[in-house]
Design a protein around this ligand. Structure first.
Ligand SMILES: Nc1ncnc2c1ncn2[C@@H]1O[C@H](COP(=O)(O)OP(=O)(O)OP(=O)(O)O)[C@@H](O)[C@H]1O
Ligand SMILES: [Mg+2]
Length: 263
């Protein structure tokens, strides 16, 4: 490997946006009713305000791990700490947002109403919801499209709305599960650039699931490479390349090539 392989630090930070995954194992029942181990003893410490990519082949448990970090799925063994506090309690906060592979926009709602949707479960006054949604849409460059409906938007614009909906809660942690996989290469590269600018501005921690090595190398400070059956961590690779990164540059391409051999 040309990249340095980092050991996983043992101590969990209490800094805003820090995540610790400790000894997480997960089983699901198969269609036949027999338990299938999907994750095996995952230990991972993610520093606050860093970008971590979780990379691995289809079915190796990337989404399951992200779901466990978010609190949607409970592991049979192990625990998640967010900002030094054991999860279970963190769902009460508004500190973790999740951006899914599909944009999940409501077709009957305008752009701004789709973004406001993320704030509707609390008792925030309507005017504040609207003003926050407007700010989030401005951040992703869609201020001119607040009243458009999803069918009037391009794929890239729809992705931006979904990103704005994730940002409107002002999370300290943004979990992203292959959010740009349906975009063309050019739009995807643009989204990467914008996402990193927003991450710097908002000082968020990002955990980004992908099976695309180039995407992982362009985005991440560290890449967690997973192995399948059961899902486990094969390697953690520091990406020390300067930013902005271009997937076609020799150093980036070399690193992507090295990572491919690990999957
Ligand atoms: N709710 C569930 N019930 C039963 N099995 C499940 C469930 N969710 C996931 N699995 C199984 O767990 C394994 C890991 O699934 P997961 O979706 O986490 O993989 P992934 O790495 O995200 O794959 P992909 O890249 O295709 O999205 C797969 O074998 C899948 O069939
Ligand atoms: Mg998945």
């Amino acid at each position: 490997m040309t990249a340095a392989t980092a050991a996983v630090p043992a101590a969990a930070s209490t800094e805003s946006g820090a995540i610790a995954v400790r000894g997480v194992s997960k089983w699901f029942n198969t269609a036949e009713g027999t338990p299938l181990q999907v994750l095996d003893n995952i230990n991972l410490t993610i520093a606050a305000q860093s970008v971590v990519a979780i990379l691995g082949a289809s079915g190796c448990g990337k989404s399951t791990l992200l779901n466990i970090i978010s609190g949607i799925v409970t592991p049979e063994r192990g625990e998640i700490c967010i900002n030094g506090i054991t999860a279970g309690r963190f769902s009460e906060w508004r500190s973790v947002s999740y951006m899914f592979q599909e944009d999940r926009l409501l077709p009957w709602r305008t752009t701004i109403k789709n973004v406001e949707f993320a704030l509707e479960t609390g008792n925030m006054p309507r005017s504040e919801r609207e003003s926050r949604a407007r700010d989030a849409l401005k951040l992703v460059g869609l201020e001119a499209f607040v009243d458009a409906f999803p069918y009037q938007l391009s794929g890239g614009m729809r992705s931006r709305v979904a990103l704005a909906r994730s940002l409107v809660q002002e999370p300290c942690i943004l979990l992203m599960d292959e959010p740009f996989s349906r975009l063309d290469a050019l739009t995807r590269a643009q989204m990467h650039e914008e996402l990193l600018q927003i991450q710097q501005l908002k000082k968020m921690t990002i955990v980004f699931v992908t099976h695309d090595v180039e995407e992982a190398v362009v985005l991440a400070d560290r890449v967690v490479v997973m192995a399948p059956r059961p899902g486990r961590i094969r390697d953690i690779v520091e990406i020390a390349l300067s930013r902005p990164r271009d997937a076609t540059e020799p150093a980036t391409a070399r690193l992507a090539h090295d990572l491919k051999s690990l999957i």
